[in-house]
Ligand binder design. Sequence first.
Ligand SMILES: C[S@@+](CC[C@H](N)C(=O)[O-])C[C@H]1O[C@@H](n2cnc3c(N)ncnc32)[C@H](O)[C@@H]1O
Length: 306
Amino acid sequence: MSAATGARFEFGKNWSRFLERVDEQRIGEAEASLRDWLEADSLAGRSFLDIGSGSGLFSLAARRLGATVHSFDYDSHSVACTAELRRRYRPEDAGWTVERGDVLDGDYLARLGRFDVVYSWGVLHHTGAMWRALQNATSAVKPGGVLYIAIYNDQGWRSRVWRVVKRTYNLLPGGLRWLVLGPVVVQQKWRMVVHDARRGDPLRRWRANAGGRGMSMWTDLVDWVGGYPFEVAAPGAVVAFCEARGFRLRRLFNAGAGPGCNQFTFEAAETTVRAGAEPMLDSRRAPRRQRPGAATDRKQPDPTSI
Ligand SMILES: C[S@@+](CC[C@H](N)C(=O)[O-])C[C@H]1O[C@@H](n2cnc3c(N)ncnc32)[C@H](O)[C@@H]1O
């Protein structure tokens, strides 16, 4: 069912290494990020669908905030990571389901039903058919529910260069991938190392291994270089797409000119969500607009923050 053919990054293997680093602090950061973006201190009584759960950290955070959670991922190693976090922190928990699934499989999503919160952070652009994936994600939101997504920013030619870099990384045999990874690590992090060196410890932030949202800098870097298939969208294209399906933009983090993810929360209309209008396939032709009144964050994110 997945639209991805040829090179495909093995996300789950990267997540397996991250699992060793999951601790209370990272879980707390993930919870704080959900509370912030969902504008809720508790998710008690709400259903939460985690599309592309990856490590499972955000499913765990949602469960700890009280939601009934359904997690799925296309990559069987990612599914195993999510299941491992459930085993560690919520054994025998009937309120958290973990399984393998494909967001491009409309029948599968229809069988799951609709959820109060649909969360898909850094996933839809890695499916090989981003707009179909977004269509399926919107259709899983209950009337009045919330959609929280993050999608790579469209940087024009720069995004096309990154696509080549990522594809090359995935086509290389494992032992040669450092030829791509090494220069990108230097390109992305040299400023940070020089900055910290001037303050006496060049590896201060590197050792802290913090990537924001409870993530790890190294895991995020590998994910950024390897993450393929790779698609991008301008914020206006995503907003127009969702508004055409009955959603209202609640909050936007705009990556500006940077390569990181734009983040969005949308609220579904109280009446039935309208599905159907054809996806807008060329994001460059989409209007770059934002709904008046919706909150916009414009701080520059770490581009390797997946
Ligand atoms: C960058 S990770 C993001 C993980 C997690 N959402 C987070 O916020 O940390 C992307 C995840 O999307 C998953 N994925 C890619 N294509 C998918 C698909 N068609 N259906 C479901 N999951 C998919 C990958 O296997 C990977 O675990």
